[in-house]
Design a binder for this molecule. Structure first.
Ligand code: 13P
Length: 252
């Protein structure tokens, strides 16, 4: 059985006080409600440790929004997989389209980040997804396949059992435009065939593939009910307590 997961990517939002409050509220809700989904929140890195201490990991897990591609050393501002591991962080988002776009992260850099995470046994939430012009040119399958194959070395098959993939079409992120459930299902099923061909049936069947891009309390249920969609990576709506807990409840 694949894990069902709802992960909130808080991006560069919330003051420390707001972040602690939201983490606490979500933790309390999950503790009081039976949920099928594993719940993850990814705050800004300066809050990681405090939030990690605030929540109970049996209810809410805390993820980093990124990791360095280097192991250690003179990389001002970066945070290594070893440093995340040393404060008990066991999940990290990697390859988010905002980092690909604004920090010029290439597939090659993302491959190194994944290697760093695997070396420390940290679960990557590895993001892939096409831009609007690529979707319009009918290149979305090819783009997503290339992003996966460039970043995941087949020799890492033993590590891939930890992998989570998030399909986030760039045109749906923060725009209020969601991929239709059928569009999302189509490409999630395709991602599974890419995984099967490259890394084997077991990895394909066991990897949770999340959808991200304008998931909200209204559309979550239908998106999550698709057979190859195992939950969501949620941006804007994860910052609003009422919306986020409804999204968690919709993931069955
Ligand atoms: P929105 O849910 O705000 O569209 O963001 C999605 C996202 O980028 C999550 O990583």
């Amino acid at each position: 059985m694949r894990d069902k997961i709802v992960a909130g990517n808080w991006k560069m939002n919330l003051t420390f006080e707001q972040a602690l409050q939201l983490a606490n509220d979500v933790n309390t809700w999950v503790a009081e409600n039976k949920t099928d989904a594993k719940v993850i929140i990814a705050p800004s890195s300066i809050y990681l440790q405090a939030i990690q201490e605030t929540v109970d990991e049996q209810f809410v897990q805390v993820a980093s929004q990124d990791v360095s591609n280097a192991e250690k050393g003179a990389y001002t501002g970066d945070i290594s997989a070893e440093q995340l591991d040393s404060i008990g962080i066991n999940t990290a988002i990697v390859g988010h389209s905002e980092r690909r776009e604004y920090q010029q992260e290439t597939d090659e850099v993302i491959a190194k980040k994944l290697e760093q995470l695997f070396a420390k046994d940290i679960t990557p939430i590895f993001c892939v997804g096409e831009k609007l012009e690529e979707r319009e040119a009918d290149k979305h399958f090819e783009v997503v396949k290339t992003q996966i194959l460039n970043a995941l070395n087949p020799q890492q098959v033993e590590n891939l059992s930890k992998l989570v993939i998030a399909y986030e079409p760039v045109w749906a992120i923060g725009t209020g435009v969601t991929a239709s459930p059928a569009q999302a299902q189509e490409i999630h099923a395709y991602i599974r065939t890419v995984l099967k061909d490259a890394y084997g049936e077991k990895i394909a069947e066991e990897t949770s593939i999340l959808y991200g891009g304008s998931v909200n309390a209204q559309n979550a249920k239908e998106i999550f009910s698709q057979p190859d969609i195992d939950g969501g990576l949620v941006g804007g709506a994860s910052l609003k307590y009422d919306d986020f807990v409804q999204i968690i409840a919709a993931c069955k």
